[in-house]
Design a protein around this ligand. Sequence first.
Ligand SMILES: Nc1ncnc2c1ncn2[C@@H]1O[C@H](COP(=O)(O)OP(=O)(O)O)[C@@H](O)[C@H]1O
Ligand SMILES: [Mg+2]
Length: 601
Amino acid sequence: MTALRRRIRALLVPVADEQGFVASAPVVPVRVIFRRFWPDARPYRKQIAIGMLFLILVPLIEAAEIWMFKLVVDEVLVPQELAPLLYIAIAYVGLTLLGGLINFGDDYLAAWIGERFLLNLRTRVFAHVQGLSLHALDRRRLGDLLSRLTSDVQAIEAFVLSGIGVALSALVRILIFGGMLFYLDWRLAAVSLIIAPLFYFAARYFSRLVKHAAREKRRRSGSLSAVAEESLANAALVQSLNRQDAEVARFRHQGERIVEAELASTRIKSLFAPLVDLIELLGALIVIALGTWALASGDLTLGGLLVFMGYLTQLYGPIRDLSSLSNTIFAAAAGAERIIELLQEQPTVVDRPNAAVLSDVRGRVELRDVRFRYPGAARDALAGVSLSIEPGETVAIVGPSGAGKSTLARLLLRFDDPVAGSVRLDGRDLRDVTLRSLREHVGLLAQETLLPDVSVREAIAYGRPGASDDEIEAAARAAGAHDFIRTMPDGYETPVGQRGRRLSGGQRQRISVARALLRATPVLVLDEPTTGLDSGAKAALIEPLSRLVGGRTTIVISHDPEVVAWADRVVGIEDGRIVGQRPADVTAVVPGAVTSAVVPA
Ligand SMILES: Nc1ncnc2c1ncn2[C@@H]1O[C@H](COP(=O)(O)OP(=O)(O)O)[C@@H](O)[C@H]1O
Ligand SMILES: [Mg+2]
C-alpha cells in the first residue's frame, strides 16, 4: 500500500531540483504563518467585520431564492393556480436586486481590504530589506528579492484575507443549506451527509501534494527573476563577450523548470476536481434513490424534493470550496514561507537602545585593535588594526588588492561592526551612536559611483534633499561638473539614466564629488576615487577631489601618487594588518611590500 502511494506521489509531484539558483525557504506551519501576518490586517478590523456580515447575507439570500422555487412548484405549478405568482414574482425580483447589491458590496469591500493589506505588507517587507546589512543583501539574488516583493507577498493576501473569506462563507453556507436540508427532511439530510468524510480525506491527501508543488513553483520563479535581473544588469558584459545566446539558454532553462512545476501542480489539481465530482455524484444518487421513496410515502412534496436537491447542490459547493481551500492555503503558504524567511533575516547593525545622536563632530577617528571577518569567511579581513587620526588630518591608505582597505572604509560608516576592538569618532564608540547621525557626519565616496536614476540636480542633492539651487550649482562648479552639466540637453534637469549610465565614469565621479561637497561631512572616506578612470578623466577629477581634502578628516584609499601626495600621513595595509606608517612625502612613499602596489611600474 505504501509502495503504491509512493509511486502515485512520484508521478504527481515535480522532480527534485537543486540546480535552481535560489534555495527553498524553511517550512513554516500554516498556523504560525497566520499568526504572523494577521497583525497586518488588524487595522481593517471594522471593514473586515462588515465584510463578514455580507458573507453571511449572500447565502441567506441565495437560500431564500431557492425557497421561492419551492413556492412556485408547490403553490403555482402543482395546483395550477396563477394568483400567488404575482407576490412570488415581486419577492423574487426584490431578492435578486438585493442580492446583486450585496454581492457588489461584498466584492468591492474584499478588494479594498485586500489591496490595502497588500500595500502595507509589501511596504513593510521593502522597509525591512532596506534595513538589512549590506553583506546580507550582497548574498541574496536581487531578482529573487523582487519576486518575493511582488508575487510572494500577494500569496499572503490570498492566505490571510481571501482564505478567511472563503472559509467563513463556506461555513455559513454549510450551516444554512445543511439546516434547510434538515428542515425539509432530516432522514434524507443525514444520509446525504455521510459522504462528507470522503471529501475530507481526499482534500487532505491532495493538499499535501499541492504544497510541495507550490513551493517548487515559488522557488523556481525566484530563480528565473534572478537570472533575468543579473543578465540584464550586465548587458554590456553579455553583449561584448557574445554571451546573448548563452544567457537566453540560461533563462529558458530556468523557465523550463517552472513549466515542470506548473504541470505537476496542474496534474494534482485536475485530478482532484473529477474525484470530487465523483463523490458528489455518489451523494446525489443516494438522495434520489431515497427521495423517490420519501415522495412515494408522502413525506416530501415534489417541490420539496426538487428544492432538497437544489440545497444539496448548494451544500456540496462550499464543501468543495473548503476542501480545495486547503489546497489554496497550502499553495499560498509556500509564498508566505519565502517572505517569513526574508523577514527573519535581522540586520546585524542596528541602533542600540539609548544610542546617542552625534552632533558637533570634530572628526577624531580612532580604530582600536579592530578585527573583522565577513560571515562565513575563512580568515579575518582586518586582523587587529589600530590607527588614530586627528581632526582635519588627511590619511592615505595604501596596500594591495584584498588587503582590507574597503573593509576598513565600511567599518568607518558602520556598515558592519568589528568582531573585536572598536571604531571611535571623537572618542565615542560608533556602536553607541545612532546610525542616522553617524552617517550624517561621515561621508563615503566610492570607486563605483552609485547614482539613482534621477535628474543631475537631484543626484547632487541626494544626500541633502533640502539644498537650494544655488548651493547645488556652487557644489557642481567646485566639483568641475558645472560645465559639462550645462552642455547636457536639459542641463541640471537631465536624467542621469539607470545607475548613471548616461554619464561617463569621470562625470559620474565629479557628480559624486559635488554631492560630497554639498554634504560637507566633517569626516570623509574616499575609496579609490580615481581607479578605473582614464588619464584624461583622472586629470579632470584631481583638482575637484583636492577641494574635498582639507578642513575635514579625510581617509583616502588610493594608489594614485598624486592623491597620496595630499596626505599628511600614509598607512600601508596588507593582509588586514598595518605594515607601515610614515609621514608622506611626494617621492618615497611606503617601505617594503606595499611600495609596488603604491607606485605601479
Ligand atoms: N562581502 C564580502 N564577503 C566576504 N568576504 C569579503 C567581502 N568583501 C571583501 N571580502 C574579503 O575581505 C578581504 C578584504 O577585502 P577588501 O576590504 O575589499 O580589500 P581591498 O579593498 O583592500 O581590496 C578580501 O580577502 C576579500 O576577499
Ligand atoms: Mg577595495
